[in-house]
Design a protein around this ligand. Sequence first.
Ligand code: TYM
Length: 335
Amino acid sequence: KPRIFSGIQPSGGLTLGNYLGALKRFVEKQDEGIETIYCLVDLHAITVWQDPEKLRQQTREGAAAFIAAGIDPARSILFNQSQVSAHAELAWIFNCVARLGWMNRMTQFKDKTAGKNAEAASLGLYAYPSLMAADIMAYHATMVPVGEDQKQHLELTRDIAIKFNNDYGGDYFPVVEPLIEGAATRVMSLRDGTKKMSKSDPSDQSRINLTDSADIIAAKIRKAKTDPEPLPETVEGLKDRPEARNLVNIYAALSGHTVDQVIRDYAGAQFGTFKPALADLAVAKLSPITTEMNRLMADPAEIDRILGRGADRAEAIARPIVDRTKDVVGMIRSR
Ligand code: TYM
C-alpha cells in the first residue's frame, strides 16, 4: 500500500516555491486518497541557528499554512518532527550506514557553506540528508513529493536503504520514488532567473511569502526582473529566457494549466499585460490561504493540539519500524 511522506523546514516563512513545489502537491496527494504523512522538520531547521521563540512561531505558522492550503489533519498526519523520537533514533543508525564519501557529494551542503567557512558549519548540517532518509524510512514511505532541489537527497535515501538491506541481509527498507512533477518543480527568484526562490535569500523582493498581502504580491510581480522581449509564440522560445520561463511556469502551476496552454493564451503578449494577469491570479490563489493562516494563528494552542495528535499517530507507525530496525542491528530491547 503506497504511503507518502514529505517535510518542510520551519526555518522561516513559506514561499511561493514551497507552495507550488511542495504544499500544493501535498494537498493533491491527500485528495487522491493516498495515506499521507507531512512533517514540519524542526530537527532539520536547527542545523543552522534558529532563535528558539521564532522556531516555535515558524513551526506553528508552517502548520497553519498546511491546513490553510488544504491539508486536513484528520485525513493526513501532520506533526513536527522532534515530537517523534523515532526520527532521531533511526538517523543515528543511518549515520553509521551512510559513507563520508556520499555525504561529501551533497550539493546542498556545498551551496549552504559556499563563500563561508565550512569548518564552522554544524555537524548536523553535514548529516542533514541522513536524518531526511530516516524521516522517510521510519514510515517505510515509498513516495516523496518534493521540489527539484531535493532530488539528490532522495537518491541518497535510496543508497542508504540499499546499503542497510545489503549489510543486514534482508528487505527491511523499501526503495523510494521521488515525485517531482508539474510546472513548478523549481520556482526561481523574482530578481534572478538562475537562482532558486528561497526563504533564506537576503532580498525579500526575490520571493513571494505566503504571508504577503495582496498589494505586496502585486508589487513584487510588477517589479520582477524580465527581459524586454514579448512572450514567445512557442515553448521553445522560452529557452535562454530564465525570467520569462519562471513567470510562465508560475502562471501554469497556479492556474493548473500546462505551460503550452499558457504560451498559447499569451503568445506575443508584453510583460505589461502578462504581469498584471499573473499578479491577479497569484492574489486570487494565495489570499484565501493567507487569510485562513491568520485566522488559525490566532489560536496557537489549537495548532499545538493538532500537532500533538499528529505526532501520536505518526509514532504509532514509526515505533514498530524503528524497533524492528534495532532488532536487526543487534540491539537488546528488554523493556
Ligand atoms: P525545504 O524546507 O527547503 O523546502 C520544502 C519543500 O519545498 C520545495 N521547494 C521548492 N520547490 C520549488 N521551487 C522552489 N524554489 C522551492 N523551494 C523549496 C522543496 O523541494 C521541498 O520539497 N530537506 C527538505 C525537508 C525534508 C524532507 C524530508 C522532504 C526533511 N525531511 C523528508 C521530504 C522528505 C527541505 O529542506 O525542504
